[in-house]
Design a protein around this ligand. Structure first.
Ligand SMILES: *[C@@H]1O[C@H](CO)[C@@H](O)[C@H](O)[C@H]1NC(C)=O
Length: 185
């Protein structure tokens, strides 16, 4: 699957695998977390992301859970002239709010670091694909834009995960890929 992903999508999904402890939202409630989110900011030390971050736009992700408790993400990416659709599945781990994705090429790790369910969530993703692991933090918001307060909170978390603010991309809103508006092939 990885081979067909557009580079832009890969860049924003740059996940990594490393040993560091990542805090997870205490008492994580999957049911409340499900639904539609906008990815409004991201910070990553993945080189592909860093090269492309200035051209990226906000994307929409719909989160649902399988009966087994695995997390499914459907993403809509605004590319130059169309919307790219992408689906990812993360398996549940022993800990609520912590999920893992494995494929032949890479190992991924996703933690919901904190969320109030109704306005924002911060996801931490790690990816190991042979070379150095990379780390990504994403700010998800229910609304299409993040408030200055949320962005501030997000920025505070950046150094705690070993990342730097110059790796940050605040993703501008894109009207192109509205949920329910269908795909633009
Ligand atoms: C990205 O940051 C994580 C956490 O600090 C670190 O473990 C990893 O080695 C870094 N990867 C790169 C490519 O700089």
């Amino acid at each position: 699957m990885t081979g067909v992903l557009p580079r832009l999508a890969l860049a924003l999904l740059c996940l990594l695998w490393a040993g560091a402890e990542v805090p997870v939202q205490p008492g994580f409630d999957a049911e409340k977390f499900a639904g539609t989110w906008h990815i409004t900011a991201a910070v990553s030390n993945c080189s592909v992301f860093l090269k492309m971050k200035d051209g990226m736009k906000s994307s929409i992700t719909t989160v649902s859970f399988t009966p087994e408790g695995d997390l499914a993400m459907k993403l809509l990416w605004p590319l130059q002239d169309r919307c790219e659709k992408l689906e990812l599945l993360f398996q549940r781990s022993g800990q609520a709010g912590h999920y893992m994705g494995t494929s032949a090429q890479e190992k991924r790790d996703l933690c919901v670091m904190e969320t109030d369910y109704s306005s924002y969530a911060v996801l931490h993703q790690r990816r190991q694909s042979g070379q150095r692991p990379t780390a990504t933090l994403q700010l998800l918001t229910r609304g299409a834009a993040a408030s200055p307060q949320l962005l501030q909170r997000f920025k505070e978390l950046i150094p705690t995960m070993g990342l730097a603010e110059d790796m940050l991309a605040i993703l501008p809103r894109s009207g192109e890929c509205q949920e329910g508006a269908g795909w633009h092939p």
